[in-house]
Design a protein. Structure first.
Length: 148
């Protein structure tokens, strides 16, 4: 598998093992190449992990640093204002888990450590106003050295 695919697999397994305390609902964690959900799919929170960009920077004559971006989408149908508050708490909890990068029992690819950057955009594309769907797009970047 590719390094990025290995990161996605490890991240999905890691997040799936988490018991999120911000919500009493079951949080579905999955990976999809082309995420698409209906309102019915979003009755409970969904965390979808997919691939992002890959950047390579030369750091020495025979080595590069690759930045593997992984995109995470957090979403839920939120017909009530209180549901939005719960999702904000869930987002904060998810960000904390990503920052801590502590996943007992999960094997991560060699050379992959905690994320270098985490960028989050809440409710892109006016989803909350249009369909009462609260969503966040998170881009997590892992730096992985490569010698050749």
């Amino acid at each position: 598998m590719s390094v990025q695919a290995d990161i996605i697999t490890a991240l999905v397994a890691s997040l799936d093992a988490v018991t999120f305390t911000a919500t009493a609902a079951t949080v579905l964690v999955e990976s999809k190449n082309f995420p698409s959900y209906t309102i019915e799919d979003l009755e409970d929170p969904v965390i979808c992990v997919t691939d992002g960009s890959i950047e390579s920077e030369r750091i020495a004559r025979s080595s590069h640093m690759r930045d593997y971006a992984v995109e995470i989408y957090l979403a839920r149908h939120t017909p009530a204002e209180a549901d939005c508050d719960v999702m904000l708490e869930l987002l904060e909890e998810l960000l904390g888990k990503l920052e801590d990068h502590y996943w007992p029992g999960i094997t991560w690819p060699t050379g992959v450590t905690s994320p270098q950057t985490i960028v989050c955009e809440k409710n892109p594309g006016e989803g909350l106003e249009e369909r009462n769907v609260w969503r966040a797009g998170i881009v997590v970047t892992f730096k992985v050295p490569r010698s050749h």
